[in-house]
Design a protein around this ligand. Structure first.
Ligand SMILES: Nc1ccn([C@@H]2O[C@H](COP(=O)(O)OP(=O)(O)OP(=O)(O)O)[C@@H](O)[C@H]2O)c(=O)n1
Ligand SMILES: C[C@](O)(CO)[C@H](O)COP(=O)(O)O
Length: 241
């Protein structure tokens, strides 16, 4: 582990969702994090990348308390960095907050350490992107996140499914993960603003401005069925010339 100048780095991977947008229960045999992707459970890919990143000391994965699908033997091969927490909550934010508390229970006073929160549903993360985030944010106490500038023209709809307005895309970014914040600050922020869909929103609610670190569309979140095919293509082709 190579600690940054201002604290160690740990990863926290929320993986307690149900994957409802992947389809109906009939065609969704299991939560998306356990669907097969390039010969492995989807969740394996992000965990393997984070465990292989030298700057990351520990990788905590947050499962639903009743998760019976976690392939313990296969995941044990990722090494001793990986730790399992069965404290998932009703929302992603609750899973993250529960995980932050459990991490402190296991590691002690980590309030100044950096926490990189990464969706289990983003399997195509690379070590290079993780290291880019750490390098660009490691000295920035507001923290930061991977993101990509919006490329399409954006429309806001009204209930009738018609265009209400075009939203100017200048300065708009699509947030990704990891999102990297100091443990104490992030826990305080999530306590202050629990109804958020990403960690940066809670930090912003405190009046801070996280740094945006440019990533790319390969770090997609598997949300809908087609995303799984896109992720498979990325994993199988990105290292080819
Ligand atoms: N209560 C929840 C909800 C989501 N997540 C995790 O947060 C990540 C991003 O959430 P999302 O893509 O929305 O996953 P799901 O909530 O499972 O999907 P859906 O919204 O389609 O049900 C996923 O790795 C998911 O497992 C979590 O840990 N706890
Ligand atoms: C955290 C996130 O991936 C940033 O884009 C996104 O907000 C997660 O949203 P989800 O609805 O929980 O997938």
């Amino acid at each position: 582990m190579i600690p940054t100048q201002t604290g160690s780095c740990h990863a926290l991977v929320p993986a307690a969702g149900s994957g409802s947008r992947m389809g109906t229960p009939a065609d969704r045999p299991m939560p998306k994090q356990y669907l097969q992707l390039a010969g492995r459970p989807l969740i394996w890919h992000a965990l393997a990348t984070l465990c292989a990143t030298p700057a990351i000391a520990n990788v905590f994965v947050v499962l639903a308390p009743d998760d019976a699908l976690w392939p313990a033997a296969q995941m044990a091969a990722l090494g001793p960095k990986l730790r399992v927490l069965r404290c998932g909550g009703e929302t992603r934010a609750q899973s993250v907050a529960n995980g932050l508390r459990e991490m402190a229970g296991e590691l002690g006073d980590i309030g100044h350490d950096w926490i990189l929160v990464h969706d289990a549903a983003r399997p195509c993360l690379t070590i290079a992107l993780v290291e880019k985030l750490i390098a660009e944010v490691g000295e920035d106490d507001a923290g930061g996140l991977l993101a990509v500038p919006v490329a399409d023209t954006l429309k806001r709809a009204y209930d009738g499914g018609r265009v209400l307005e075009t939203v100017a895309r200048e300065g708009l970014w699509q947030a990704q993960t990891p999102q990297m914040f100091r443990h104490r600050l992030l826990l305080d922020a999530l306590d202050f603003a629990p109804a958020v869909t990403d960690e940066a929103s809670a930090i912003e609610a405190l009046g801070l401005s996280p740094r945006l670190v440019a990533a790319d569309v390969s770090n997609l979140k598997v949300t809908y069925p087609l995303d799984l095919k896109l992720a498979e293509w990325i994993l199988e082709n990105r290292d080819k010339p």
